[in-house]
Design a protein around this ligand. Sequence first.
Ligand code: CTP
Ligand code: MG
Length: 175
Amino acid sequence: MMESLSSLVLLVLRAIWYILPAYAANGAPVVLSKFIKGRPIDRGKLFIDGKRILGDGKTVEGFLVGILVGILVGVIQRSPFGDKGALMRSIPLSFGAMLGDLIGSFIKRRLGIPRGAPAPLLDQLDFLLFALLLSHLSGFSLGADLVLVLLLLTPILHILTNRLAYLMKLKSVPW
Ligand code: CTP
Ligand code: MG
């Protein structure tokens, strides 16, 4: 009993360690947006359906800072913590997270969901799925057990951290 509990805890910790650059990348633009007003990636343009391509929530600055912060986490995981593959892994994880976040917004706009309105599961999993996909394609595959842990854990952590960001006045809505 204790043994299986501790192996479950280890599995969760390993999963969080692996995905940390993607989490950092995803959270960084929220903090940045408190300090600067970025330029929308879609430059305010509309898609063929007459709705915004991505919306004002996806900025060039947020995208770039997200990738940089994610890679910075990879640098720290590698050097002080001695995880040799961490830096190279952090590149597809961070890029994938920011790309997935854009694709999520693209889908939200096509569904007619306005910028900042919640889209359950899509909001929590878009960045995760693309981070995992790109790191897998880059040769940094993760076992099915760890993927499953992340699919279950990420929505919970996402909701908790967004509430925290709302309480800290980093976000104007608690989702
Ligand atoms: N952000 C940014 N650039 C990005 C991603 C996020 O500037 N590429 C900032 C924006 O200020 C955004 C905030 O981080 O409002 C929160 O991100 P997110 O929840 O993904 O965006 P939403 O505003 O909810 O927009 P959407 O409905 O398109 O998800
Ligand atoms: Mg949002």
